[in-house]
Design a protein around this ligand. Structure first.
Ligand code: AMP
Ligand code: GLY
Length: 421
């Protein structure tokens, strides 16, 4: 079968890396892909916002499955167009992708389905926001509705910070939609579950590092590193999260006529009262995919196709190796602000020889050499017997890469390492 993978990040490189291990794959196409993906797939210039062009490409190249990596095409309804054209697609419809695309939608669904999450108020003006804030204690969480690449969330510790956050929200857009939330205390973990709208297939856990600097300081990023599994999410807590959060979500979506098909990526807060939902994403995480895929022992193409075709009940449970996988993101200096473009990257082969798997994200080929072309540039993954072992191997591999205009955190996995001490 021919597969079309949409996206260009480290997540998509990891998905491509796993897809090419499937015996049922003939040709993997990627749009637009990146130089790392180009080593595994035929990269094509196809604009994912041009839905008709994607359908035409699928017809012309006998595509049996389209895998949508990032959230934007999902929220834009690309899956709906593919379904209407009878092209199997891994990824939810526009209506189902609201679980990621609209924080207010998800919070209201949690209320209807009795799903544990932070207390909240939806507001649509500065006056409503001020009135809602008065009913919460500090710290309070203020979130812009809609896709914000992790940048639309403020945890306000003081009334001055509340005012600054609300000014930023409402000065330009007086009717901005936002969610005001109770602050949840606890440790965060990510849980992944595949579903075809009916059957659930737990698909592993991970923890990431959102802040740019060592010790979890500095601005938020898309993720500077991750590891899997997240041992803090014990089998008991995972079972609880599935029973109390994921299952009711999948049932409620189906009952409301907008079944969710694809991967549900739940951001959980493990509070003293048990797991609570912070947010959903409607796609794999980046860099979480770079630690999940190396541990997944099954056939990714067969599994994704079963999701797309509503046959997940016929598949065996997803099996993962007992190893820990850890990935270190190498970013370009300036990230998460304006990253320095064009810096040379040498030594991917040396990193591989040192035991790492290098997933590429913001890279391109210039004059025959690999250079940086984005914020997050590489994700260097290694697996080991435990987090300490995986961490040592990932950093050995990262050290083999010569990327003078790049940087990376030196403490990925610290929580898990500290727990093991
Ligand atoms: P979100 O975009 O909703 O995932 O929020 C981004 C980050 O903000 C999360 O990963 C948490 O670290 C933090 N956060 C969001 N909501 C809350 C909350 N209610 N309580 C505490 N931290 C939160
Ligand atoms: N690593 C966070 C995300 O993919 O949303």
């Amino acid at each position: 079968m021919n597969v079309l993978l949409l996206g260009s990040g480290g997540r998509e490189h990891a998905l491509a890396w796993k897809l090419v291990q499937s015996s049922g794959l003939d040709t993997l196409y990627a749009a637009p892909g990146n130089p790392g993906i180009a080593g595994l797939a035929t990269c094509v210039a196809l604009d994912a916002t041009d839905h008709a062009a994607v359908v035409q490409f699928a017809r012309d190249h006998a595509i049996g499955l389209v895998v949508i990596g990032p959230e934007a095409p999902l929220v834009d309804g690309l899956a709906d167009t593919l379904i209407a054209a009878d092209v199997p697609v891994f990824g939810p419809t526009r209506a189902a992708a609201q679980l990621e695309g609209s924080k207010g939608f998800t919070k209201d669904l949690c209320t209807r389905a009795g799903i544990p999450t932070a207390a909240y108020a939806r507001v649509r003006s500065r006056a409503e926001a001020d009135a809602a804030i008065a009913t919460f204690s500090l710290p309070v969480v203020i979130k812009a509705d809609g896709l914000a690449a992790g940048k639309g969330v403020v945890i306000a510790m003081s009334s001055a910070e509340v005012s600054a956050a609300l000014d930023a929200l409402y000065d330009d857009e007086p009717a901005a939609e936002a969610v005001i939330e109770e602050f949840l205390d606890g440790e965060e973990a990510s849980l992944f579950v595949l579903t075809d709208g009916k059957t659930l297939m737990p698909f592993g856990s991970a923890q990431d590092h959102k802040r740019v600097g060592d010790g979890d300081i500095g601005p938020n990023t898309g993720g500077m590193g991750a590891y899997s599994p997240a041992l803090v999410l014990t089998p008991e807590l995972e079972a609880r999260a599935i029973a109390e959060i994921i299952e009711p979500t999948v049932r409620a979506m189906a009952a409301e006529g907008i079944p969710f098909s694809g991967v549900l990526y739940a951001g959980l807060m493990l509070t003293a009262q048990g797991p609570k939902l912070i947010e959903y994403n409607a796609r794999f995480g980046d860099p979480e995919a770079q630690v999940l895929m190396p541990r997944f022992k099954g056939d990714l193409l067969a599994t994704m196709l079963a999701v797309a075709e509503g046959r997940l009940a016929t598949m065996p449970p997803a099996a993962f190796s007992d190893d820990t996988a850890l990935t270190v993101v190498m970013a370009a200096q300036g990230y998460p602000g304006t990253p320095m473009a064009g810096g040379a990257i040498v030594g991917i082969d040396s990193a591989r020889a040192a035991g790492g798997t290098v997933f590429q994200a913001g890279t391109r080929i210039e004059d025959g050499g690999l250079v940086a072309a984005g914020g997050r540039v590489l994700a260097v993954t290694a697996t080991g017997d435990d987090v300490r072992d995986a961490q040592a191997k990932a950093y050995r591999a990262a050290a083999a890469i010569d990327f003078p205009t790049g940087f990376y955190r030196h403490d990925i996995g610290w929580r898990e390492v500290a727990r093991g001490d």
